[in-house]
Design a protein around this ligand. Structure first.
Ligand code: ADP
Ligand code: MG
Length: 250
C-alpha cells in the first residue's frame, strides 16, 4: 500500500493537539478569519498567515502589529505598511481570496549572524518498523525573506554551527536528543490517525528562550537536504530507510 501523505496543515495540527505533551509545542493556530487575525495580533503581536496546503514557503505572510494604527505584512521580499488594522486585513483578504489559509502565532526565531533560522527534523520508520529520528538540520533564511525554506533561498547548515553562538557543544548535543524525542513523539501521534505514514519532516522553530515549537509537519519530506551535511552517513541511512519502505527517490 502506498505511503500516506497528508497535505492539510490544519488536519495534521488537529491530530497533534490531541496529545497532551505535544500541545504545548504547537503555536496557537486558527483558520483564516479577519476577527481571528485581530485577536491573534492583539495577543501575540506577530503572526504568520499561510496556505493550509502550501509548500516551499509559497504564499506565507508575516504580519506584525506595531501599534493601534500601525501594521505591516511581508510576503516574499516586499514589506507593506498600513495605518489601520482594517486596511491591512482587507489587503490580505484580497490576496487570500477564497483559498484555505491559517493564522499561526508567530515565533521569534533564533538568529545566526542576524538571520533567522529554523530546524528540520526527519523521522522515519526504520526497517524494524520503529520510528527513528534520522536527521536534524538547520535552515538559515535568505536575508530579505520571512521563510527559511531551501526552495525559497534558505541555506542548509548544520545545527551545530547555527547553535554555536548560543549554546556549548554538549548543550547542543542534548538539545538534539530532545529534538529527536519530540520527532518520534510527533510521528507516533500522527500515526494514530494516519497508519500508513512512513516518514515525516518536522519544521521546528527555536525561540529566544530555546523553546522548541512545531511549525508544521511534512509528510513528503525532502531527503536530499541531508546530503549537504559533512557526515555522509546521515544521508546514507535516510536513503536506506526510504528504500526499505518503498519510497522511490529521484
Ligand atoms: N508561526 C511561525 N513563526 C515563525 N516562523 C514561521 C511560522 N510559520 C512559518 N514560519 C516560517 O515560514 C517557513 C514556511 O512555513 P511552513 O509552515 O513550514 O510552510 P511550508 O509548507 O510552505 O514550508 C517556516 O519554515 C518558517 O521559517
Ligand atoms: Mg515548511
Amino acid at each position: 500500500m502506498a505511503i500516506q501523505r497528508v497535505k492539510s496543515k490544519w488536519a495534521k495540527t488537529k491530530v497533534l493537539l490531541l496529545s497532551e505533551p505535544l500541545r504545548e509545542r504547537i503555536p496557537v493556530t486558527r483558520r483564516w478569519q479577519i476577527p481571528q487575525l485581530a485577536s491573534m495580533l492583539d495577543e501575540h503581536g506577530m503572526v504568520y498567515v499561510k496556505p493550509d496546503q502550501g509548500t516551499f514557503g509559497l504564499g506565507v505572510v508575516r504580519v506584525e502589529r506595531l501599534s493601534d494604527t500601525d501594521y505591516t505584512y511581508q510576503s516574499g521580499t516586499v514589506l507593506q505598511r498600513f495605518s489601520s488594522f482594517a486596511m491591512m486585513a482587507s489587503s490580505l483578504q484580497e490576496r487570500i481570496g477564497s483559498r484555505s489559509y491559517l493564522i499561526q502565532q508567530g515565533i521569534p526565531l533564533l538568529t545566526y549572524e542576524g538571520l533567522r533560522f529554523d530546524i528540520r527534523v526527519m523521522v522515519q520508520q526504520n526497517p524494524k518498523k520503529e520510528w527513528e529520528t534520522t536527521g536534524i538540520i538547520g535552515r538559515l533564511s535568505h536575508p530579505k525573506k520571512i521563510v527559511t525554506n531551501y526552495h525559497s533561498g534558505g541555506v542548509i547548515m548544520s545545527i551545530d554551527q547555527l547553535m554555536h553562538p548560543h549554546l556549548s557543544q554538549p548543550q547542543t548535543d542534548s538539545y538534539k536528543m530532545w529534538l529527536s524525542e519530540i520527532g518520534t513523539s510527533v510521528a507516533r501521534q500522527l500515526q494514530t490517525r494516519y497508519p500508513r505514514m512512513k516518514e515525516i519532516g518536522i519544521d521546528v522553530a527555536i525561540d529566544e528562550s530555546f523553546r522548541p515549537w512545531i511549525l508544521e509537519v511534512n509528510t513528503l519530506p525532502d531527503p536530499f537536504i541531508f546530503r549537504k551535511l559533512n557526515d555522509k552517513s546521515v544521508f546514507r541511512r535516510i536513503h536506506r530507510y526510504c528504500l526499505a519502505y518503498g519510497r522511490r527517490l529521484k
